[in-house]
Design a protein around this ligand. Structure first.
Ligand code: ZN
Length: 253
């Protein structure tokens, strides 16, 4: 009963802010927090960018097989449209397996080059899509190309979001052979940092080769593999959790 009250309050808060967003008022100057690494010792938060894709299930299944969680930063319309049937099914699958879903903005644009209205739109559209598809409004956003400025942080803060970067780039989206990515993972695991926040992408080689190998090695090294929200000390991954919507003609890219 307590949880449902919270959901109602959060949903109410969201709709109120949605109304206020269009009213003139004092400018909110608070800057969103920017996280580049995990803070809870001995945690690793594997992150996967640029989905949803057909490789999501494979990555999700591997994580589930080892009983660990990952975080998926989704675009709305980048490599595909999030409202395509298959993509919506993949987002639901990943969320349903208990992984964290988060925003990678709508069209993977360079936010630092955009005006405020465009930045707001890039954030809003994918938040709306995740709320429609799985019922959650994400509390975390990863800016494409690691590109952001104070304007982006101000808008993110007003939208209740924190920014998440990374401290280890798997390089899997830069044409690097998966064997090299695995080798770099082994190097960093051997250095045994207290925490790790790796950037990966939802692509075939990562799903089929890198993730199975790396998850096994990270666990063998004694790390706890958790979501971004957990590796930051148990922050709330979502601003609200509710029921998914019913698709209609307005669900399009
Ligand atoms: Zn990206």
């Amino acid at each position: 009963m307590k949880t449902s009250s919270i959901v109602v309050l959060l949903s109410f808060g969201l709709s109120v802010s949605a109304v206020h967003r269009h009213r003139p008022g004092p400018v909110k100057r608070q800057l969103a927090q920017v996280f580049s690494n995990c803070t809870v010792p001995n945690t690793v938060a594997l992150t996967f960018d640029d989905g949803p894709s057909i490789y999501a299930r494979n990555i999700s299944d591997t994580l589930t097989k080892y009983n660990v969680k990952g975080t998926f930063f989704y675009n709305g319309n980048n490599r595909g449209c999030i409202y395509d049937q298959d993509n919506m099914a993949n987002v639901r699958y990943v969320y349903g397996q208990g992984h964290q879903v988060a925003s990678h903005t709508w069209g993977h644009r360079d936010l630092a080059t955009l005006g405020s209205d465009e930045v707001r739109d890039e954030m809003r559209r994918v938040e709306e899509a995740l709320q429609r598809i799985v019922g959650v409004v994400p509390a975390f956003m990863r800016p494409p190309y690691e590109s952001y400025n104070d304007n982006v942080r101000t808008i993110a803060a007003a939208r209740g979001q924190s920014l998440v970067l990374w401290d280890f780039d798997a390089g899997d989206d830069d044409g690097k052979p998966p064997a090299n990515t695995i080798r770099d993972y082994i190097d960093i695991i051997n250095q045994h940092p207290s925490t790790l926040l790796p950037l990966n992408h939802e692509i075939e080689t990562t799903a089929h080769q890198v993730v199975p190998e790396v998850v096994d090695r990270l666990r063998a090294a004694g790390y706890r593999l958790v979501t971004v929200a957990e590796c930051l000390g148990g922050m709330d991954p979502y601003q609200s959790v509710g029921e998914p919507g019913t698709p209609d003609a307005s669900w399009h890219c």
